[in-house]
Design a protein around this ligand. Sequence first.
Ligand SMILES: C[S@@+](CC[C@H](N)C(=O)[O-])C[C@H]1O[C@@H](n2cnc3c(N)ncnc32)[C@H](O)[C@@H]1O
Length: 253
Amino acid sequence: MTSLVESLRAAGCVFAEEEAELLTGAARDDGHLAELLARRVGGEPLEHVVGWAEFCGLRLEVGAGAFVPRRRTEFLVREAVALARPGAVVLDLCCGVGALGAAVASQLPGGAELHAADIDPAALAYARRNVAPYGGRVWEGDLYAALPESLKGRVELLVVNAPYVPTEEIGLMPSEAREHEPLVSLDGGADGLDVHRRVAAGAVPWLAPGGHLLIETSARQSPSTASALASAGLAVRAVTSEELYATVVIGTA
Ligand SMILES: C[S@@+](CC[C@H](N)C(=O)[O-])C[C@H]1O[C@@H](n2cnc3c(N)ncnc32)[C@H](O)[C@@H]1O
């Protein structure tokens, strides 16, 4: 264990002891442990190496080529759950591995009718397994084009963590994200808000009367995200968490 911790520390892993335990727990045998250590020391995100990420107390499957759910996104889940009725129809759009949808459904008394959609089949392979315990269904395609017509007018909670990093800032991201998460999961176009504008513009036909769209953004981008939702005819407010360094814009139909 000592040499494992030392190797991780030498590679710049700040939480070397914790990581050593997680790698040991994930390894089948010594050979496999050496393989996992080499991947981690080589710069792969810990979650990709061990195959899971913790999110809102759930252990979600993730792996190479998938966006790793961020701790700050737990704030959106908290806000969504506070707005939902038990058994609500929930759509996790741009779902990645399905973290938002799985977490909301796991916290609603009576569960949810859960749908999750993404354009990236690699992410959906994980999402399918992560939403299965909640009876969730996954849909593949470009935003709303992925969805069945039967969902129109029925979505009570539309939860979205779409890409919102401006293209020019991708190069400033940590290498774990830049090199190991797909560009489609990070790049939000010139001002970072291309996908936000499209999500907002297309939302209303899918929302139930009184339904809510919750979308994660940054404090800096929040006024532009809010104005995209307002232009779509939604009543808008923004909420922030200093603890999680998180901002969510909420639009209500
Ligand atoms: C920042 S990641 C977030 C994933 C997930 N919501 C989470 O918080 O863990 C953004 C996701 O949006 C998806 N995406 C990007 N453009 C999309 C589009 N046009 N239609 C559907 N999904 C899209 C990416 O494939 C990626 O999974």
